[in-house]
Design a protein around this ligand. Structure first.
Ligand SMILES: Nc1ncnc2c1ncn2[C@@H]1O[C@H](COP(=O)(O)OP(=O)(O)OP(=O)(O)O)[C@@H](O)[C@H]1O
Ligand SMILES: [Mg+2]
Length: 317
């Protein structure tokens, strides 16, 4: 990998580490999740010795009709408050792995082997927010129903909790006075509602399947920041599927790379992205396009023109 790109990932990773440090430092409020009575787990996470809250052990999935392998011997484990980025090519088995953890395999796919052990509750943020919402039910009502069912609250308390969640997620206050249907909200707002639905389950493990792919970059940034902040506040473990390596580096301390149903490389985000051992990981890292300004530094076709422009700019300054 060339130096420029290595520096880019180093910078990305340092920012991620800073965020992780912040998370650890900020995790002062009481964990509000279902396993709130588990101080040992929290202490373990805070001291960096997180007891596994989720263990995926040699998971194999296959097509029910042909027996073709779809996920093959996948294993990883996650402690409370930890985050794992799952990256890799389309069709490599990322979504199926998440669905297996949730116990929601689609028709046509069956477990061929392996074990999934979890000591808490998992919830999932699906990729396409609009299809994850009920189009015929106003959104506050949808969130309140999940709160009512999952947290065993009465109707009034559930609505108040739903509004509190939506407020935490930066959704407009006006939803409290006038509830709205999903089609009356923007894509980013719908994604926040889907995150609210997952958080209403008080998850110990949050599974995010490309939650930002369909969003424009500014909303993407907001959702990534939001999830980081909520993870620091609520202490859930996170599995984050994405095609965006920079997002994975920012959100996750560890990264696992999947190809054709297998994890081909797994390790600390910095190691995986700056010193990839697997050729496929190397290819993914090399495929990231640098920004034009930094491309100029290494001498692209337009480097002279860009350098001139920069020199001129410096001169004018
Ligand atoms: N319901 C299904 N029945 C049969 N095969 C399936 C089913 N769902 C997924 N598959 C196959 O399983 C493999 C893994 O699919 P999966 O959806 O997990 O990929 P992915 O890594 O999430 O891809 P993407 O990045 O495109 O979302 C693919 O080859 C896919 O065609
Ligand atoms: Mg997928």
């Amino acid at each position: 990998m060339n130096k420029r790109r290595t520096d880019f990932w180093k910078k990305e990773h340092e920012r991620g580490q800073e965020a992780d440090e912040r998370k650890r430092g900020e995790r002062v409020g009481e964990y509000r999740g279902a396993a709130a009575g588990d101080p040992a787990g929290r202490q373990a996470a805070d001291s960096g010795r997180a007891a596994p809250i989720l263990e995926v052990d040699n998971l194999s999935l296959e097509a029910a009709d042909s027996g073709a392998p779809l996920v093959d011997g996948v294993r990883f484990s996650l402690g409370r408050g930890e985050s794992l980025g799952l990256v890799g090519e389309s069709g490599s088995g990322k979504s199926l792995t998440l669905r297996a953890v949730l116990g929601l395999l689609p028709p046509g796919v069956r477990r061929a082997g392996g074990e999934i052990r979890q000591s808490g509750r998992a919830a999932m943020v699906f990729q396409d927010p609009r299809s994850a919402l009920d189009p015929l039910c106003p959104v506050v009502k949808q969130v309140a129903e999940v709160v009512r069912y999952r947290q065993k609250k009465n109707r009034k308390a559930a609505r108040a909790e739903a509004l509190h969640l939506l407020d935490q997620l930066g959704l407009p206050d006006s939803l409290g006075q006038e509830d709205r249907y999903p089609h009356q909200l923007s894509g980013g707002q719908c994604q926040r509602i889907v995150i609210a639905l997952a958080l209403a389950c008080r998850p110990d493990v949050l599974l995010c399947d490309e939650p930002t792919t369909a969003l424009d970059v500014t909303v993407q940034r907001q959702i990534v920041d939001l999830l980081s902040r909520l993870q620091a506040e609520l202490g859930f473990a996170l599995v984050f599927v994405t095609h965006n390596l920079a997002v994975a580096a920012e959100m996750c301390s560890r990264i696992a790379v999947m190809q054709r149903g297998r994890i081909v490389e797994e390790g600390p985000a910095e190691d995986v992205l700056t010193r990839p051992r697997n050729p496929y990981t190397q290819m993914l890292v090399d495929a990231v396009l640098p920004l034009p300004a930094s491309a100029g530094e290494s001498g692209g076709a337009s480097s002279d023109r860009e350098k001139e422009a920069r020199d001129e700019h410096q001169f004018i300054d």
